[in-house]
Every structure is written in C-alpha cells, then in structure tokens.
Design a protein around this ligand. Sequence first.
Ligand SMILES: [Zn+2]
Length: 98
Amino acid sequence: MSEIEHVHIDPIPCNECPAGMMQPRLITYFTWLGEELITVPHFPAWICDMCGKREYDEKAISWLTMLLSPTAGKPTHRHRKAPLAQPRSGPAHATTDS
Ligand SMILES: [Zn+2]
C-alpha cells in the first residue's frame, strides 16, 4: 500500500496547450453518489498551470470508485473461481443474456 505523500513527481506536459505543464496538486474532488454529493479533500490531480486543464489521478479515481461502489462495505476477499472450468474457449467475457 502506498500512501500519497511527498513522492517525487515531475510535472507532465499538458496536452491541451503547447506550453503548459501539469502540476501535481491536491484538490477537492466532487462526485455524486446517487443523490448525495461527495467531496473528497486532498484528492490527487494534475492541473495545467497555463490553461487550467485537470486530470485526476487514475489510481485515485479507481480507488474512489471502489470505495463508493455498492459492494465497498463487504470484504472482497473471495477470489472469483478461476475460469478454468469453462468447457471451451470463447469470449472470456461470458454474459448471460436472457
Ligand atoms: Zn494546458
């Protein structure tokens, strides 16, 4: 588990404007969970110092998505059974359309 601390992060060039650099920042992230507005302080993001474009940290987003997902309260320790039992090769992504 890595915590977000003062790691060494370089600014990355902005892809929206030629001269901007996106700087790592901690912002307050807003998202809706159903009808509830969730605010997440100190959320890692990249903000361009020229045009203000924001990119959120992907890992942080997926962490947040996981936190807010309906199953978040439950331990997700059960590994799915390995899909070895599948008789034939096919699309790994078996959907049950009925
Ligand atoms: Zn920019």
